[in-house]
Design a protein around this ligand. Structure first.
Ligand SMILES: NC(=O)c1ccc[n+]([C@@H]2O[C@H](COP(=O)([O-])OP(=O)(O)OC[C@H]3O[C@@H](n4cnc5c(N)ncnc54)[C@H](O)[C@@H]3O)[C@@H](O)[C@H]2O)c1
Ligand SMILES: [Zn+2]
Length: 354
């Protein structure tokens, strides 16, 4: 095992994040240090379980934990109240008590739904995140936002429930398809635009495996800092939604056929182009952001018309009253929140649309 990065997120009781290789085989040691001799349920999904469940389960059992598991069908279309209910039933069938905990083994879908179930089961039991996609390592496994989708929109039912430990084993990324790998890079690039600095420099050097632990570390450090200052998204945390107003609209228009990461990439490109066109940015961003996203094999345009995106965006939860909060890039390393009317949002989508 090689631990490349160790960070601590200081929200609530605080939790450790380890990034490196060979962690899965040794995860039981980290987990049993926190929860010695307890019962746990590993929640995973149908693509990840055949690859990694046995390794995690064996390591946990060797460390003295009593382990059960529940595997649901993979995919965003399974991030539903139905799957959430099945997980709760499995937890009850396994007689988990409030002293026990869950382990999410999978990508963002698995992490979000497991965190939600753990946050609700017996009014909340702890959970450990073992993310297995770039997206879940750089973004979703940290911060405690846990939710499922409703037919009306993304992530509409959920809780804030912070994990107790996050273990990012970059070996697991070797089995991702190129598309899923690229998806996660969209959230890393989003974070790079927000943060600028060393993370952005690293991303500009292009996708290369050796840089991943550092990129993941920077992303988690940035997000962890934001979440420490604004856990419940009253202010600063909204910045993390850069590219997401348009992104969620694109996901919704495609009936979730376009993945979250690809939609966020297009959404981020729309906002960068709009910032240029509306003269809202202090430096030209559109071309630079587009070319960075393309370097990571991400899409930057959509066929959905601005009016369609607006309609889908207005159903989204980020709409409070008559104004919608959007995140506009001002410069690399500096983004701002803007409150816009729906007419102004249409202007933004139109200005950034291509
Ligand atoms: N909670 C948050 O703060 C937050 C932040 C960003 C995104 N999200 C959510 O995350 C979800 C997207 O996450 P994702 O992109 O990880 O999607 P995902 O969990 O659906 O994983 C993508 C695909 O990769 C497969 N997979 C996962 N790990 C694998 C591995 N190691 N090897 C082979 N295949 C593997 C999955 O089965 C799936 O088919 C969305 O639901 C989004 O809303 C949440
Ligand atoms: Zn996202």
């Amino acid at each position: 095992m090689k631990i490349e990065q160790h960070l601590r997120v200081k929200v609530g009781d605080g939790y450790d994040v380890y990034i490196g290789s060979g962690i899965l085989e040794n995860c039981g040691r980290f987990i049993s240090d926190l929860f010695p001799m307890r019962n746990c349920m590993i929640i995973s999904e149908s693509n990840v379980a055949p690859l990694y469940l046995e390794t995690v389960q064996k390591s946990c059992e060797a460390a003295g934990l009593h382990v059960s598991s529940f595997v649901f069908p993979a995919g965003e279309d399974q991030k539903t109240l139905g799957t959430f209910g099945m997980i709760l039933n499995a937890m009850a069938d396994a007689h988990l008590t409030r002293k026990d905990f869950a382990i999410a083994l999978g990508g963002g879908v698995c992490g979000d739904i497991t965190g939600f179930a753990a946050g609700c089961y017996m009014r909340g039991i702890p959970f450990v995140q073992i993310p297995t996609t770039v997206l879940s390592m750089v973004d979703s496994s940290v911060g405690g936002k846990c939710a499922v989708d409703l037919p009306q929109g993304k992530n509409l039912a959920g809780v804030f429930h912070q994990p107790s430990l996050v273990l990012c084993d970059t070996d697991t990324l070797s089995t991702l398809t190129p598309e899923v790998f690229a998806d996660g890079c969209a959230e890393a690039i989003k974070t790079g635009i927000l943060n600028g600095g060393a993370l952005y420099e690293l991303l500009m050097e292009g996708p290369e495996e050796g840089r991943l632990p550092q990129i993941i570390g920077h992303c988690i450090a940035y997000k962890g800092g934001v979440v420490e200052r604004d856990e419940k998204e009253q202010g600063e945390r909204k910045l993390l939604n850069l590219g997401h107003t348009a992104g969620h609209a694109i996901e919704k228009c495609s009936n979730f056929g376009i993945s979250h990461g690809s939609a966020v990439a297009i959404g981020t490109a729309i906002m960068a182009r709009a910032a240029d066109a509306l003269a809202w940015s202090t430096e030209p961003l559109g071309e630079e952001v587009e070319s960075l996203l393309k370097d990571y094999n991400l899409p930057v345009i959509t066929d959905y018309e601005p009016e369609e995106l607006l309609e889908a965006a207005l159903a989204d939860k980020k709409r409070s009253g008559k104004l919608i909060t959007i995140i506009m890039p001002d410069a690399i390393g500096h983004c701002v929140m803007r409150e816009v009317t729906k007419e102004q949002l249409l202007e933004v989508f139109t200005a950034g649309w291509r």
